[in-house]
Every structure is written in structure tokens, then in C-alpha cells.
Design a protein around this ligand. Structure first.
Ligand SMILES: Nc1ncnc2c1ncn2[C@@H]1O[C@H](COP(=O)(O)OP(=O)(O)OP(=O)(O)O)[C@@H](O)[C@H]1O
Ligand SMILES: [Mg+2]
Length: 196
């Protein structure tokens, strides 16, 4: 089984949003069996799943058996301790670090020593739309610190909020830009999968 965890020391950077969409990508685009493990004490992924018709893959609360799948995607809690980070990193193939702002950038750099030998990929999330260059600048700053960073940025879009409210992915949500947003995410997801 291949596994990835989305984690950050900073809250609200898009861990749950990215984890849900990675799981959709693996299920619908790669057509592989995937379980989404909800490691958040307030069950953000499970709540998302219950708001709509339900995700077309398993969403498993922390502590429950997730069974055998091709892939495991782990959504993690908002403010993990250093021990939590070390424990999670030791159990997965890849750690994805969403970065949206200066604090998440700094903490992504700070937690590197806790990650051990696990492969790690930073993803710039909520990048403002073109022609603003904040996302690219964030990416360059991460690269200059020696991190591996996905070359595709995840743009800021209201479609992610619509998807969350409707209990589905951007592709299936009612936002008129949802499909375009999904295909942009597809490029990020391909980079992540290639990293595993
Ligand atoms: N690319 C994006 N564009 C627009 N909004 C986004 C994007 N990514 C996430 N969001 C929004 O930002 C908010 C925080 O996202 P999310 O809940 O995924 O973060 P989180 O890191 O899981 O938070 P927590 O630390 O509380 O678990 C949500 O309202 C979500 O819809
Ligand atoms: Mg979350």
C-alpha cells in the first residue's frame, strides 16, 4: 500500500482540502482503491463526506481499521506535536506540506529535521490568481531553503469552499469554475503521486 500524509504545524493551510482531493484523484483518475484516514479530532474529512452523497471511497476515523487498499491518504490534525509529526512521518511514504503564508513557510522549514528519511514535497496552496506572483515567490522561497516543491501551484478558488459545503470535490461541485480548478489540481496530484 502506498501512503501519503498531509501535515503542517500551522492550522488552516488546506490539509483537509488537499487530502480530500488527493483521495478523489486516486479513486477517480488513477482508478485505485483508496482510504482517507481522518486524523483530525474534529473529523473534518468525515464531516465533508457526510455533507453530500458521501465520497466514493472509504473515510476512516483515526483509530479504526482502514483495511487493505492500494493507497492511504492521511489528513492530520491542526496543531500536531513534534512527536506526532515524527510518528506520522515514520509511517508513510510521502509527507505533503501545504504552504500558504509566511508562518506555514517557516514551519515547513523548521519541521524538516523531524521528518527523518521520509520523502517530502511542499505544495503552495491558495496562490492568488495571475498576474499576482505571491505563489511563485512563495515557491522560490521554499526552493531557496532546499525544500522540494511541486512546480504547479494550487490556486485560491471559491470552488474549494463550494466543494466542501456540498460534500464533494471541485470536479463534481456546482461552482462554474469547479472543473477548471479540478484540472489544475490534477497536475499537482500527478506530481505528488510521482513523488511516492
Ligand atoms: N486553494 C484554496 N482556495 C480557496 N480556499 C481554500 C483553498 N484551500 C483551502 N481553502 C479553504 O481554506 C479553509 C481551510 O482549509 P482546510 O480546512 O483544508 O485547512 P486545514 O489545514 O485542514 O485546517 P485545520 O488546521 O483546521 O485542520 C477552508 O475554508 C477551505 O475551504
Ligand atoms: Mg483540517
Amino acid at each position: 500500500m502506498k501512503s501519503l500524509a498531509v501535515l503542517s504545524l500551522k492550522g488552516g493551510v488546506g490539509k483537509t482540502t488537499l487530502a480530500v482531493h488527493f483521495a478523489y484523484f486516486i479513486h477517480e483518475t488513477l482508478q485505485r482503491e483508496v482510504a482517507l484516514l481522518d486524523g483530525d479530532p474534529i473529523s473534518s474529512s468525515l464531516r465533508w463526506h457526510k455533507r453530500g452523497e458521501g465520497f466514493p471511497f472509504s473515510v476512516v476515523p483515526l483509530g479504526e481499521d482502514y483495511g487493505k487498499h492500494d493507497w492511504l491518504v492521511v489528513d492530520t490534525e491542526a496543531h500536531p506535536s513534534h512527536q506526532d509529526i515524527e510518528r506520522i512521518a515514520a509511517q508513510v511514504d510521502v509527507v505533503i506540506l501545504p504552504v500558504t503564508n509566511i508562518e506555514s513557510l517557516e514551519t515547513a522549514i523548521e519541521i524538516q529535521p523531524l521528518l527523518g528519511k521520509v520523502s517530502c514535497l511542499a505544495v503552495v496552496n491558495m496562490a492568488p490568481p495571475f498576474p499576482q506572483r505571491d505563489g511563485q515567490e512563495m515557491r522560490m522561497a521554499l526552493l531557496s531553503q532546499g525544500l522540494t516543491v511541486a512546480s504547479t501551484l494550487v490556486r485560491r478558488s471559491k470552488a474549494y469552499e463550494t466543494a466542501k459545503l456540498e460534500g464533494t470535490s471541485t470536479y463534481h461541485c456546482s461552482n462554474r469554475l469547479g472543473k477548471a480548478v479540478w484540472f489544475e489540481f490534477d497536475a499537482v496530484a500527478r506530481e505528488v503521486v510521482a513523488h511516492v
